[in-house]
Design a protein around this ligand. Structure first.
Ligand SMILES: C[S@@+](CC[C@H](N)C(=O)[O-])C[C@H]1O[C@@H](n2cnc3c(N)ncnc32)[C@H](O)[C@@H]1O
Length: 372
């Protein structure tokens, strides 16, 4: 398994993309539970690193503290206590320097940000994830929790850990995985003892899609009635493909993650590169036919499904949006255009395909096809 020490060098662009998605999700997650005045909420950073890179750029634990600071007023007003669990462990090293640096970085941050210090309880660990995760599981299950598993490699995606999240209703998680290593090393005993995947299938899909395929395979390991959904965000660094795996059971969490992912990449919402060759698709193919982009394909499929009566309301449209990893706006654009053309009618100014209208306000909008 790759065991590169990120802190011996500055964060690269791919790492910054990952950290930005991690922190954007914390930014969206914290107020959800603070505004509900939950007495205790928890954030777990199991692979926290040292706090900063060589150039002083903040890593995941400091970014988490910064996001807490952004919401500090409401945290006090609503009397919410945030427990922040940070862990850093060097498996094959005698020195615990990285853990010491982590503790120092967090303490220094809290000394200069006394408001954050008062708002949180910080718990620092120097333990192998393998032993720490089962110890902290009761806490993860008990409170609304956000869990970061920023591992090197892929090992901790094994059933022993991943399937635990299926049993939780108020936990969102972000994994990091070195997906393309699986193509090269997935057949070795070292990998096979942790992860049972179809490595041949991973090799058959185009290289750029390896992370997406990994997520499809992981999803197959869940039970049929699972509520847990996984979403990928692929990150290319040099020739390797890594990626974030976001998981949550609640549609509100799904909505938040997808909107962050589409803000990061408004062409495919799923990577820091052109994984589906959407950009050349502005051109004509060999036969002079316009190739559709990912968004165009989604819109065209949705239109067909409305016209054939497979999707009849904003509730069903939003289900389709989440299943396809899109955002409500893509679907709303389709319905508005169809209404303008007289292909469909609905009694509302907007088709209301978003979390607020569907899950909070429960405002059902029926899509009516013209009578023939
Ligand atoms: C990808 S880095 C994490 C980077 C960090 N999140 C940041 O933003 O800087 C993975 C970290 O996990 C640590 N680590 C490796 N194996 C571990 C294990 N079995 N349990 C806990 N930590 C481990 C490594 O020392 C390394 O600092």
């Amino acid at each position: 398994m790759p065991a590169k020490d990120l802190h011996e060098e500055p964060f690269d662009d791919g790492t910054i993309t990952k950290l930005e998605i991690f922190e954007d999700y914390a930014q969206a997650w914290i107020p959800t539970f603070v505004m509900k005045a939950e007495p205790i909420i928890c954030i777990f950073d199991f692979f926290a690193g040292t706090g900063y890179d060589k150039n002083g750029i903040a890593g995941s634990p400091i970014r988490i503290l910064d996001k807490i600071k952004d919401h500090i007023g409401y945290i006090f007003q609503k009397r919410v206590k945030i427990r922040v669990y940070v862990n850093e462990y060097e498996p094959n090293k005698v020195s615990q320097r990285k853990h010491e640096l982590l503790v120092k970085a967090c303490n220094e941050y809290l000394e200069t940000n006394q408001d954050v210090k008062r708002a949180i309880e910080i718990l620092t660990y120097n333990e192998d994830f393998e032993t720490l995760f089962p110890k902290l599981l009761p806490e993860i299950k008990l409170y609304p929790s956000l869990v970061y598993i920023d591992q090197n490699g892929v090992r901790f995606l094994s059933d022993k850990y991943l399937l635990q999240f299926e049993k939780m209703t108020q936990t969102d998680f972000l994994y990091f995985a070195s997906s393309s290593y699986l193509r090269r090393l997935g057949h070795t005993e070292q990998f096979k003892k942790h992860l049972q995947l179809d490595i041949e299938l991973l090799k058959e899909v185009p290289y750029n899609l390896v992370h997406r395929n990994l997520i499809s395979q992981l999803t197959l390991r869940f039970s049929n009635n699972t509520k847990l959904r996984l979403y990928p965000f692929s990150i290319k660094k040099g020739t390797n493909i890594y990626g974030i795996i976001f998981g949550a059971s609640h549609p509100r969490a799904v909505e938040k993650f997808l909107s962050i992912a589409w803000k990061k990449n408004d062409v495919n919402g799923q990577s820091n590169f052109d994984m589906d060759q959407d950009i050349p698709s502005a051109q004509l193919d060999l036969f002079g036919i316009q190739k559709l982009t990912k968004i165009q394909k989604f819109k065209s499929t949705l239109r067909d499904m409305v016209l054939t009566g497979q999707i009849t309301s904003n509730f069903e449209a939003l289900d389709f949006v989440y299943a396809e990893g899109h955002i409500g706006k893509h679907a709303a654009d389709v319905l508005k255009e169809m209404k303008q053309k007289g292909e469909v009618s609905y009694i509302a100014n907007s088709p209301c395909i978003n979390y607020e209208k569907v899950y909070k306000e429960k405002q059902l909008i029926k899509f009516n096809l013209p009578k023939k």
